[in-house]
Design a protein around this ligand. Structure first.
Ligand SMILES: *Cc1c(COP(=O)(O)O)cnc(C)c1O
Length: 412
């Protein structure tokens, strides 16, 4: 007999009492200056509150515009732009799992934590992955890459543009892509932290798959990502005989939604709308101006940090601008600094997977002058509070001097 009450007291899961978000979240939102997620513009936040039908004319129009704007941001004329419900890593797994399978020869250029993830994903789909292990704080030399390509004869080469974990910038990216292409390999580039913060020209550089997340350079929400495949990559996707073990990440199925106005899975509509607005703001600013803003802000921040008396982690030659790594002075831990600056200054910054550094992001909305002053001040004050000798006035002065163009801005 069905009954409205539980039959066995032992099987009852009691209704929980929890705190409301108002009780959990800080009264004043923290300033998100870590390695992502980053602050989002009001238009992105507003779009993220809206739910619409994931199929139908409005969504089709939105999807069309997202693809058009994404092509500009990726600098590609390729038709094969798709969104992904999931983190940057889901876009990464879409690239790897669609282009590599049992026995595929993959060469992974590993600069650290995130570029290693592509190698791991390759191993998981059964690919034969060889790793070019690059020393911390260095980039792969073109000679090393050429030699590895000769030795391994890869069908797919994976490389990260900016290795967020140790703040290294792979400035040879364009030449690495050319080497791989000359050897007939497809090139997969992780541009999660760099896309729209520094130049990347998918078509001109001969890149076959570019991936990015929402929550970094694009200043959208986490959880909706973008990927672009070249025609050559798409041909490989469409002509493979082994089915992709990942159903959600199968690019041929995703084509139904992203290109044929059909159903794959229910799209994260609010997140796609948020991404639309984030991309629209990139287009309104233009890539040229956006790159210049990122460069100016990141360099000023780096000068401010150096003038505090702290040391930047990555060597100048291969230093990433999108995320700035700072050595933690002896006697302190990254956790001490991140905890203090969050509790006392409402500024969030990041540690880094066991490295003795803290990281400040310079992606999207993080690159605003007022955010730089608040963050540098909070960092300097935190170091003083924790007993580390820094010159806070000198740091703030160096930041201002750099932002206002140095000596040229001095009043006469
Ligand atoms: C953040 C990041 C990722 C992972 O992105 P998730 O959204 O956390 O999955 C991958 N690669 C790089 C370079 C990143 O900065």
């Amino acid at each position: 007999m069905p009954t409205s009450s539980f039959t066995s007291a032992a099987s009852i899961v009691p209704c929980p009492v929890v705190e409301s978000l108002d009780a959990i979240l800080p009264e004043e939102p923290l300033l998100m200056m870590g390695a992502g997620p980053v602050p989002i513009p009001a238009a992105v936040a507003k779009a993220n509150t809206i739910v619409i039908n994931h199929l139908g004319a409005t969504m089709v129009k939105v999807i069309g515009q997202v693809k058009t704007m994404a092509r500009y941001v990726f600098q590609t004329k390729s038709k094969w732009v798709l969104g992904v419900a999931g983190p940057g890593s889901a876009a990464m797994e879409m690239a790897i799992s669609n282009l590599a399978w049992e026995g595929t020869r993959v060469l992974s250029i590993k600069n650290g934590f995130f570029s290693e993830r592509m190698a791991e994903m390759g191993r998981r789909v059964g690919a034969h992955v060889s790793v070019l292990d690059v020393a911390d704080g260095a980039v792969a030399s073109l000679d090393e890459v050429a030699e590895a390509i000769r030795r391994e004869r890869p069908e797919v080469v994976t490389v990260v543009q900016g290795e967020t974990s140790n703040t290294v910038w792979n400035y040879h990216l364009k030449d690495i892509a050319a080497l791989a292409k000359a050897a007939g390999a497809l090139v997969v580039v992780d541009a999660v932290c760099t896309l729209s913060t520094m130049p990347l020209e998918m078509d001109a550089w001969g890149i076959d798959a570019v991936i990015t997340g929402g929550q970094k350079g694009l200043s959208s929400i986490p959880g909706v990502s973008l990927i672009a495949f070249s025609d050559a990559a798409w041909t490989r996707v469409k002509t493979r005989t082994a089915p992709n073990a990942h159903w959600c990440l199968d690019a041929s199925l995703a084509e139904n939604f992203w290109h044929n106005a059909g159903y794959h899975y229910t799209a994260p509509v609010s997140g796609v709308l948020a991404l639309h607005e984030a991309l629209r703001l990139v287009c309104a600013e233009t890539l040229e101006k956006r790159f210049a803003r990122h460069l100016k802000c990141s360099q000023a921040l780096q000068e401010g940090i150096s003038a505090l008396g702290l040391k930047l982690y990555a060597p100048q030659a291969c230093r990433l601008n999108s995320v700035v790594g700072i050595e933690v002075p002896a006697g302190l831990s990254p956790g001490d600094i991140c905890g203090h600056i969050s509790r006392h200054h409402q500024v969030e910054i990041s540690g880094s997977f066991g490295l003795p550094i803290v990281r400040i992001g310079q992606m999207g909305e993080q690159c605003r002058e007022h955010n730089l002053f608040r963050t540098l001040h909070a960092l300097g004050r935190t170091m003083v509070d924790l007993g580390s000798a820094v010159d806070l006035p000198a740091g703030v002065a160096a930041l201002e001097k750099s932002l206002s163009g140095g000596a040229r801005a001095v009043a006469r």
